[in-house]
Design a protein around this ligand. Structure first.
Ligand code: NAP
Length: 254
């Protein structure tokens, strides 16, 4: 039976590429995303074309029971989940306090913090019983730095970072590797950054900073690191790391 890598938030950027990378190494990848069925199917087909094995599921992570039911169904019908990648962001764009409704603030928390808590609650008991498992959490600059317009995003991602530390404190000695990965820069991600900017501005950004300039983080390269983290020996686990393009200033320098 193939080990399973479950990705919650699998778009054409980090999530889908991490799923693909694990599938290239013999994992069965389970890709979950909210709404884009055609995008989901095409990512599963791309993995299968490379002789990898994958399943795709539409799932809205903010709906009650959605994550819990999907985890239980995968464990029952496909097999034990060895790696979970929690890849949902909580970025709603810069908004002043007066423009951040209670609802928007709470949505950030639901995606950024509570969704990870629910995921951990769903996967940790089985991982603990098996004495092994890996939880890779994609994070953002906002997890370590509050900034203008980031009320919802920074509170949610900062909470996520503390939750990762707390999960690590409880589960590391039980064989579960938790890693909090700070993506400190813009990613060449059409389904998130691309949609936030719109097609024209995204293409402009790619042409000025991305493509041959290597100034946007490439999801395929990020995926290499995720796979590496999941293979680390338990005598030398990374809990936290950050990544940015060579031409970007790190968060503490600006
Ligand atoms: N993109 C950046 O520039 C950037 C920068 C710093 C950090 N990050 C971090 O990177 C992670 C995202 O990676 P990515 O930007 O490369 O995106 P991605 O993996 O290409 O896509 C993420 C996917 O999450 C799905 N999603 C959103 N809300 C969901 C929900 N409620 N339930 C289920 N799925 C949902 C979306 O699916 P649908 O498209 O089907 O709706 C989207 O395609 C986040 O943790 C974010 O904080 C990104």
């Amino acid at each position: 039976m193939k080990p399973i890598c479950l990705v919650i938030g699998a778009g054409a950027g980090i999530g889908g590429n991490v799923a693909r990378r694990f599938a290239q190494e013999g994992y069965h990848a389970c890709l979950c995303r909210r709404s884009d069925e055609a995008g989901l199917t095409s990512m599963v087909e791309a993995i299968e074309k490379e002789n990898g094995s994958a399943s795709g599921f539409l799932l809205n992570a903010v709906e009650d029971g959605s994550i819990e039911e999907r985890v239980a169904a995968i464990e029952a019908d496909i097999g034990p989940i060895e790696v979970v990648v929690y890849n949902l962001g909580a970025q709603i764009g810069d908004r002043a306090l007066a423009d951040t409704s209670y609802k928007a603030f709470e949505m950030g928390w639901r995606l950024g913090t509570f969704g990870l808590f629910r995921t951990a609650s769903a996967v940790c008991p089985a991982m603990e019983a098996r004495g092994k498992g890996t939880i890779l959490v994609t994070s953002a600059t906002a997890a370590v730095r509050g900034n203008g317009g980031q009320h919802s995003h920074a509170a949610a991602m900062g909470g996520r970072r503390m939750l990762c530390q707390t999960l690590n404190a409880e589960f590391s000695s039980k064989g579960i590797h938790v890693a909090h990965i700070i993506i400190d820069g813009a990613v060449d991600a059409p389904d998130t950054l691309g949609k936030m900017l719109g097609p024209e501005r995204f293409q402009q950004l790619r042409e000025t900073r991305g493509l041959e300039h290597d100034g946007l983080l490439l999801p395929t390269e990020i995926a290499e690191t995720y796979f590496y983290l999941a293979q680390q020996h338990r005598s030398a686990w990374t809990f936290e790391m950050d990544m940015r393009a060579f031409s970007d200033k790190p968060w503490w320098n600006h």
